[in-house]
Write a protein that binds this ligand. Structure first.
Ligand code: SF4
Length: 933
């Protein structure tokens, strides 16, 4: 392969260990030198420099206004919808170039990568050529930095080329599936299917079926078949709680009976996950059972997400036609390039690079999705190409739908879109079902929610850009046809004036609210500031107080707000009834598309009136006694002491109650599975291991006794892992904490995942150690600090064995990095739950006591954190908790055979370092330290 010439431009690279600039000219030659941050900023201001990931370079230089020729933008244009880890190494792999060995080689590499990328544009086999010239013409007008260079390499097509909207295929309406046949799956058939699945893709001497044998996987697959048996009584689904230790092979374990049942019954199985990482894995593994979908054929496996994940083509068109300005308009063009090549239009966790949005430092990505429920359905010119509609239809006809917990619950609760409700559901990562139900069935009357409702009813306020339209415009044809409908719309528009409008936050902050809802928010704010004793005021955190013992003035404000909401709800209800009437007795002009649009409007009206009714009931109780089923509180949301929202919140004390009614009762079979389903509390206080898991399944609310099954991990934790409890880092000693992190990361040579319970401490530690580590060739990345989305941070961490990553909750459970890249997990302290009002209420309601409740949460967090460490039989590693007083009763969180050692930091460093250098390995022979059990 001939390597194209590098691009003759200056290039810059910055890391925590320094800054390097490659500069020169054709005549004098090119040289790379290290320079100070100040010099680098001057150089970048003088001339546009080649760089990789401008926001990251800007943050390393401490110069937020940095701009230049970013290779990631070029990559997104030339290879839309292609995966690349956004680092020099990742780019080298994606382009088939040699990796730059060290930091000072990176600027030279960037010039080579730019040359290679531009050369693709002249290659006859550039797969993403179609549409590029047309997009480039728009980007030239927008003065995109790369446009002049690309213009020299992309020739005008001889014939007009198909561009975004004309390239996208249309979906077809599918017939409704008949109800599934009632079948019973023989154990023998399940074993055979499992053998087939585990055989595919594995290289073994016997070929198919000669896969690695996993003890327990077969028994697990047979147990999973329970949920596919014919149901015996209404409202009595088969429920299985199956705990399967890491390494059991649970994905293929449940896909085997699921595939068999789908094949024999003609029904659809839903598998629901909590994290995107597992969703990606399921997508891969489901190919073993169903293969790849051939072009034009029915999709047997469909990934289904909430509408807010997908690109809305109408929003995109609007952005392309002037709805977005400046840099955001350039981003819209790059998104349009992606939209023409994406597999499924999923912008959040799909094939749109997670880093694209952060390159433009704007919230443009979310503005391109259909977050606000303004879809006009068949009234949309792109309806037949819409990704959301395509995925909804495909899932109605699929064998397997891969979804997430929230979507399964919302679908069950609202019965929306075109897919029939799921009846056979496998909740993988089942330990998260409780928290997903908690947020799905919550109600919150806040300023941000209320202004959204206003915009949905009234449309954008004056001066706002974009195509967004209010109810009147969306239903213009109905209002001209149906007088009662027109009157209802007019009444709703008048009533919506009571909702907060632009600038509400400032008005409320200044004590000058406008309208009854803003007045209520003002009362919320005043009450919260008057009562809060959390200490969050000085720290800049969010504030909250119980909704109890409210003063007369507050109750008055709540009553007025409730009345205003009731005035709004009435015309919306009347409008819904009018739309139903139009559908029941349709006029001649109402075609299929018009009908679909009105059905969509009915659904949207339905759940908005439910939302308003929930707000009214929340307000109605402000002056009276609390409903023991709910926990209500007032909150002011703040980030770094700046307020961004406020309002009244309501959660179910036990969210599994509505979950049981909406998801379990109508289902035929439901499985909750996870590596950490049971609590291993032991002792008389916490009772049977399964008690908490059963309570958190919701089965008790519909009087079903779930079947229970547990499958131990096949890993040998005794030799693969060590838990080190470091006892000499004092709590609150940030310098000591940072020093411990740095030394542990140095001892392991990187490959560390650092988990924090507070962002503030994460920032403090990162700020103290990032430069020091970088100087020894150990890059450090951090959630909440690096301008990179979490998914991309994990991709970078996986790709660089010497890198380490610091983060909070999302990393404790959503990181699947098998192998050498993750060999050390460090927890800064015992992960206590945040003492919020909601937490206190649930703690008090716990039948086995408050401490048992807290302990169960902590043990679950420790088990999840530990679960990141050993992902395969070859993995080795240490799990370190920096806690001088780690309670022994929490140690049962770890696998029984994992050695637990309380030691000083120095001893911990020795043990970590010893496992890095095999010659020094001493775990097998070293004398046992104080063991806690
Ligand atoms: S049908 Fe709705 S979501 Fe789809 S592109 Fe049109 S407006 Fe957007």
């Amino acid at each position: 392969m001939t390597i194209p010439p590098p691009l003759a431009l200056a290039a810059i690279h910055a890391s925590h260990s320094g800054v390097w600039l490659r500069a020169g000219s054709e005549a004098k030659g090119w040289t790379t030198r290290g320079l100070s941050k100040g010099e680098a900023i001057v150089a970048a201001a003088d001339t546009p420099l080649l760089l990789l990931n401008a926001p990251l370079v800007a943050s390393r230089l401490g110069y937020p206004d940095l701009s230049g020729l970013d290779l990631l933008e070029l990559f997104a244009f030339i290879h839309p919808a292609r995966f690349v880890v956004p680092t020099p190494k990742g780019l080298a792999h994606a382009l088939g170039l040699p990796e730059p060995g060290a930091d000072d080689a990176v600027p030279g590499f960037l010039t080579a990568a730019a040359g290679a990328l531009l050369a693709h544009c002249t290659a006859p086999d550039w797969p993403e050529r179609e549409g590029a010239w047309t997009a480039l013409q728009s980007l030239i007008k927008l003065r995109w930095a790369w446009a002049p260079l690309l213009n020299q390499h992309i020739t005008k097509p001889e014939r007009g080329e198909r561009w975004l909207f004309s390239r996208l295929p249309e979906w077809d309406e599918a017939n409704e599936r008949p109800q599934p046949l009632q079948v019973t799956l023989p154990a023998e058939a399940i074993r055979h299917r499992l053998a087939e699945l585990t055989g595919i893709g594995f290289e073994g001497p016997g070929g198919l079926g000669a896969a690695e044998s996993r003890p327990g996987q077969q028994a697990y697959a047979e147990a999973a078949a329970h949920i596919f048996a014919p149901r015996r009584a209404e409202r009595a689904p088969h429920i299985l709680l199956a705990e399967a230790g890491t390494g059991t092979g649970k994905t293929l374990g449940y896909l085997a009976p699921a595939a068999l049942w789908a094949e024999e019954s003609g029904g659809t199985v839903w598998v629901s996950t909590f994290t995107k990482a597992l969703q990606r894995q399921l997508r891969r593994e489901s190919r073993r059972a169903w293969g790849d979908t051939l072009a034009g054929a029915r999709a047997k496996v469909v990934v289904r997400k909430g509408r807010e994940n997908y690109i809305c083509l109408l929003n995109l068109e609007d952005a392309l036609q002037g709805g977005f300005g400046g840099r955001a308009a350039i981003m819209a063009q790059l998104v349009a390039r992606w939209a023409a090549y994406t597999a499924d239009g999923d912008m959040i966790g799909g094939d749109l690079p997670g880093w694209l949005g952060t390159l433009f430092r704007a919230r443009g990505i979310t503005a391109l999705t259909d977050r606000r429920g303004e879809c006009v359905y068949a009234g949309c010119p792109h309806y037949r190409k819409c990704f959301i509609e395509r995925s909804a239809r495909a899932s109605a006809d699929a064998d397997l739908v891969i979804a997430n917990h929230a979507l399964v619950m919302v679908n069950a609760a609202r019965g929306k879109d075109n897919a029939p409700r799921p009846t056979r559901i496998i909740f993988d990562e089942g330990h998260h079902v409780f928290e997903a139900a908690d947020s799905t069935f919550a109600a919150a009357l806040t300023g941000a929610e209320a202004i959204e409702l206003r915009r949905w009813v009234m449309g954008p306020e004056k001066g706002a850009r974009g195509r967004r339209r209010g109810l009147a415009a969306r239903l213009a044809d109905i209002s001209s046809y149906d007088e009662a409908g027109a009157i209802a719309i007019a009444a709703a528009l008048t009533a919506a004036e009571a909702l907060p409008s632009d600038g509400w936050l400032q008005r409320v902050g200044e004590g000058e609210p406008s309208g009854p809802i803003e007045a209520l928010l003002g009362a919320v704010r005043a009450t919260v500031y008057a009562r809060d004793e959390s200490g969050g005021q000085e720290a800049g955190y969010g504030l909250e107080t119980e909704a109890a013992g409210m003063e007369g003035e507050f109750v008055e404000a709540a009553t007025e707000a409730e009345a205003a909401l009731a005035v709004l709800r009435q015309p919306l209800l009347r409008l819904g009834a009018r739309l139903e009437a139009v559908l029941a007795d349709p006029p001649d002009w109402l075609d299929g598309q018009g009908r679909a649009r009105i059905e969509g409007a009915c659904r949207a009206l339905g759940w908005r009136t439910e939302l308003i009714a929930a707000w009214e009931s929340l307000l109605a109780r402000m002056g009276g006694p609390a409903d023991p089923q709910f926990v209500d509180w007032l909150a002011v949301d703040r980030a770094e002491a700046r307020e961004y929202d406020m309002g009244i919140h309501r959660r179910w004390l036990d969210p599994m109650k509505p979950f049981a009614e909406t998801v379990l009762a109508p289902a035929h079979g439901v499985m909750l599975t996870s590596a950490t389903l049971r609590d291993r509390g032991g002792g008389a206080q916490s009772g049977d291991d399964w008690d908490a898991a059963m309570a958190r399944s919701g089965a008790g609310h519909i009087d079903v006794a779930p079947r229970l099954a547990a499958f131990p991990s096949p890993f040998d934790y005794g030799t693969q892992a060590e838990v080190l409890i470091v006892t000499d880092v004092a709590k609150g000693d940030i310098a000591g904490l940072a020093g411990a992190y740095a030394r542990l990361i140095e001892a392991s040579g990187g490959g560390a995942l650092g988990l924090f319970t507070a962002i503030k401490r994460l920032r403090a530690v990162y700020g103290r150690i990032a430069d020091r580590l970088a100087r020894t060739g150990l890059p450090l990345y951090a959630q909440h600090i690096d301008p990179i989305d979490t998914g991309t941070l994990v991709d970078i961490f996986r790709d660089e064995p010497r890198a380490s990553l610091l983060g909070t909750d999302a990393l404790r459970d959503g990181v699947d990095v098998p192998g050498h890249s993750l060999r050390l997990v460090i927890m800064e302290q015992v992960p206590w739950p945040k003492p919020s009002i909601l937490h206190r209420a649930r703690r008090m309601a716990n039948p086995t006591g408050g401490q048992a409740y807290d302990d169960r949460i902590i043990r679950a967090r420790l088990a999840q954190g530990f679960g990141r460490l050993i992902r395969s039989a070859e993995d080795r590693g240490h799990f370190v908790v920096l806690s001088a007083a780690f309670p022994s009763r929490l140690l049962s969180a770890f696998p029984q055979d994992a050695p637990v050692i309380r030691c000083t930091l120095d001893e911990a460093l020795q043990r970590v370092a010893a496992s890095v250098l095999p010659s020094q390995t001493q775990t097998a022979d070293s004398p046992p330290h104080e063991a806690d059990r």
